[in-house]
Design a protein around this ligand. Structure first.
Ligand code: AOF
Ligand code: ZN
Length: 418
């Protein structure tokens, strides 16, 4: 009996190398914003001859790093997680470098939604390069959900994080909350902080906990020089946050942004501004106390912030949930029961009237983190909130962000026909 070796089908090979490109892209986490995470692999004769990723904002794009690592890339196939750029931006167009290197086939996962950089696939084809797309597109879309969300609606992607007891409480009835979850869960929370551009907290959380909101990672392998701290954002509609709090006393490496309303006393605002912090006035929340969640996100989006982590308290998290503005939720649950009528839950504000209105998650992951459990997932309900800017500006209708958050159910490989 004879056996013949059969090479794996092309689509399997494509997914294998694209998977590697996605892993490389992830190495840039926290360092590339406002630009995307991009990974690239150069392959010839079914062997990787060069790898690269976009390491730091403003530096080489992934394709350039991979081509440099390959040295000679003639007749190779280049796998990249995002369509190669075709513009002169901070760096020259990757499309030209690909043609110059003699690459014969480009496989990319996700079309570039950036109008400044798009058109690369089409141009490569005019240069006689074979172009394929759609390989592991859903994974690439999820990996770049911050970038895609901001491209789609100029607002940041919103992750809400909470740490609760088994009965869903974030504190005892007397307000005691440190610590419900264990050290491993708290370390994981710091890792999440490092992925985002900004962290939102409410005035009550600052008054109660006096947080620093910096990234503090104890695990070996975390180079403190590479740690990027997200920008702290305090929602303080009436000016209650004390000037001696960590976020306003000038002791931190970060520059706190205070979001308020016209209810903040003028002198208080001037004092904060004199200390070098930015204070931004936005609309009042129409549905409860405090700032308008949508107006807060629009102001952050205008400042180039692509992702925010909401760290509470309950009213802030609840008002963003009520407004349908949360894209992803992370809840660490401790094997602890707090009990009591008045102990707060993670999402207060108004809450849902019926279970039909309750927030549903999809693509849910459950994992053990030390003695706690982490449940995380993307919010299913599409974000349909109208822009608060529509009354003053003529804007096109807010595009759905579903594409940024909802993973497509299947991947297809197609030859680009732009
Ligand atoms: C990246 N890294 O690896 C790739 C990008 O700001 P610029 O001039 O560096 O251009 C950024 C745009 O280039 C970005 O929005 C995306 O459309 C495209 N591709 N960007 O930062 C990369 N491949
Ligand atoms: Zn590029």
């Amino acid at each position: 009996m004879t056996s013949t070796f059969e090479a794996p089908p092309e689509s399997v090979q494509h997914e294998h190398y694209m998977q590697r490109a996605l892993e490389l892209a992830a190495l840039g986490t926290g360092c590339t914003s406002p630009n995307p995470l991009v990974g690239c692999v150069v392959v010839r004769d079914n062997r990787i001859i060069g790898e690269g990723w976009h390491e730091i904002y403003g530096h080489n794009h992934a394709e350039i790093n991979a081509l440099e690592a390959a040295g000679d890339a003639r007749s190779a196939t280049l796998y990249v997680t995002l369509e190669p750029c075709h513009h002169h931006g901070l760096t020259p167009p990757c499309t030209q470098a690909i043609v110059k290197a003699g690459v014969s086939h480009v496989v990319y996962a996700l079309a570039d939604p950036n109008p400044r950089a798009a058109g690369g696939a089409q141009w490569l084809q005019t240069q006689g390069i074979q172009v394929s797309t759609g390989v592991l597109e859903a994974q690439a879309r999820f990996q770049n959900r911050f970038f895609l969300k901001h491209m789609a609606c100029q607002r940041p992607y919103v992750i809400a994080k909470s740490a609760t007891s088994l009965d869903g409480r974030i504190a005892t009835r007397t307000g005691h909350s440190q610590w419900i979850t264990g050290p491993e869960a708290r370390e994981r929370g710091h890792e999440l902080r490092q992925c985002v551009d900004a962290i939102i907290v409410g005035a009550d959380t600052v008054i109660a906990d006096n947080p620093s909101l910096t990234v503090r990672l104890s695990a070996a392998g975390h180079n403190p020089d590479l740690i990027r701290h997200p920008r702290p954002v305090v929602l303080d509609s009436t000016g209650r946050v004390p000037l001696h709090s960590n976020l306003l006393n000038g002791s931190l490496p970060t520059r706190t942004l205070v979001m308020t309303t016209d209810a903040m006393p003028r002198e208080h605002r001037l004092t904060i501004e004199t200390r070098g912090f930015e204070v931004v006035s936005v609309l009042h929340n129409e549905h409860g106390p405090g700032t308008s969640p949508l107006a807060v996100l629009e102001a952050l989006g205008d400042r180039g912030i692509h992702s925010v982590l909401i760290e509470g308290g309950a009213t802030v998290s609840g008002s963003f949930r009520d407004a349908g503005l949360i894209d992803e939720m992370w809840t660490f649950i401790a094997p602890t029961v707090i009990g009591g009528e008045s102990a707060r839950s993670a999402y207060s504000a108004t809450g849902s009237d019926t279970l039909g209105d309750a927030t549903q998650l999809h693509d849910v992951h459950v994992e053990n983190v030390g003695r706690d459990v982490l449940i995380r997932g993307c919010v299913t309900r599409p974000d349909t909130a109208p822009s608060t800017k529509q009354t003053t500006e003529q804007t096109s209708t807010t595009p759905s962000t579903e594409g940024a958050t909802q993973a497509a159910s299947s991947d297809t490989t197609t030859t680009a026909s732009h």
